[in-house]
Ligand binder design. Structure first.
Ligand SMILES: C[S@@+](CC[C@H](N)C(=O)[O-])C[C@H]1O[C@@H](n2cnc3c(N)ncnc32)[C@H](O)[C@@H]1O
Length: 294
């Protein structure tokens, strides 16, 4: 199933900081894998990579229980794209009737979600919050502020979100996919020869507000498990930016390293365009040589 030519990746319904949408074509071209085994994505986040690769058998996992529950709910049809439409239409009217400040209806939904989490509220918060962040405090409480747009859910946006959910519904049909709430170590315990794992852990030394903290020892353990495990792997990491190089790459010694440049904007000015080199370390047997010749 890989390499695969993907020009533009499709975006799933739940976004997250560090989403790899722009890197999906690069990842899909840099890897070869026959797809006979199981595809693992133990740091699922938005799931954008695996959803676009569409393997037949997959295990998506993450320590964030809300992401996993959301996709389990779609898989079991506990929520459907039509439920999403009805819910967002009703909730958007309530949101539009309240101000953009701390009295916004957004905060009522946030409190209700923190008291008793459910997938529809989670989607509502994710799509009306500040910048599509997915952040929790150390007690696991969702704490992203409102994006300050009471009129946020226009008809076109609701349709876009409904279509994103419908896209996930369509790829789930006929696939053997599992969504598991678990740390990456549990996913490694399930892997066998012939499987493939895509790894995109949090950055070390940066507070991202993901559901769990990430530290040096987790990063070292991951490098060890991936490089000594039975499955082929591709590991994503930032390589360097204008200020510094990522020294943690040094623990990845077995595979082939490929890099690509990625621009991101801070504000609208051209001068604020920063360059980040993104790296992918691919296990030797899974590296797609075609990528080298361009
Ligand atoms: C960089 S994000 C993944 C982004 C994803 N590749 C995307 O494109 O949307 C890292 C993810 O790892 C999860 N995570 C953090 N610590 C973890 C752990 N110990 N085991 C499994 N997942 C973890 C976070 O909840 C977050 O969803």
């Amino acid at each position: 199933m890989l390499p695969k030519k993907i020009t533009t990746a499709k975006v799933p319904p739940l976004k997250i900081q560090g989403i790899k949408t722009k890197l999906v074509p690069f990842i899909a071209e840099s890897v070869k894998w026959d797809g006979a085994g199981t595809y693992f994505e133990p740091f699922m986040g938005s799931g954008v990579v695996g959803f676009n690769l569409e393997p037949q058998k997959a295990v998506f996992s993450d320590t964030n229980p809300h992401i996993i529950k959301f996709y389990q709910d779609i898989q079991t049809q506990n929520i459907t794209s039509e439920d999403v439409r009805r819910f967002l239409e009703a909730e958007s009217r309530k949101l539009a009737r309240t101000p953009a400040d701390k009295n916004s209806y957004y905060y009522e939904v946030r409190d209700r979600f923190n008291e008793s989490p459910n997938s529809l509220d989670f989607l509502f918060l994710q799509r009306s919050n500040f910048n599509g962040m997915m952040r929790f405090n150390n007690k696991g409480m969702y704490n992203v502020p409102f994006g300050r747009k009471p009129e946020r859910f226009q008809k076109a946006l609701i349709t876009k979100i409904v279509n994103q959910v419908a896209w996930v519904e369509s790829i789930l049909k006929g696939k053997e996919w599992l969504f598991v709430h678990a740390p990456f170590t549990d996913a490694f315990a399930m892997m066998k020869k012939g499987d493939f794992v895509y790894l995109d852990p949090p950055y070390i030394g940066r507070y991202d507000g993901y559901y769990d903290a990430w530290c040096e020892s987790s990063a070292s353990l991951l490098a060890k498990l991936a490089q000594n495990g039975p499955a082929g792997y591709a590991f994503s990491m930032w390589y360097e930016n204008q200020y510094r190089k990522n020294t943690h790459m040094q623990e990845w010694t077995n595979g082939v390293l490929v890099t690509t440049e990625h621009f991101y904007h801070v504000g609208a000015k051209e001068a604020n365009r920063s360059k980040m080199t993104e790296a992918l370390v691919v296990s030797e047997a899974n590296f797609n040589l075609r990528n080298e010749s361009g």
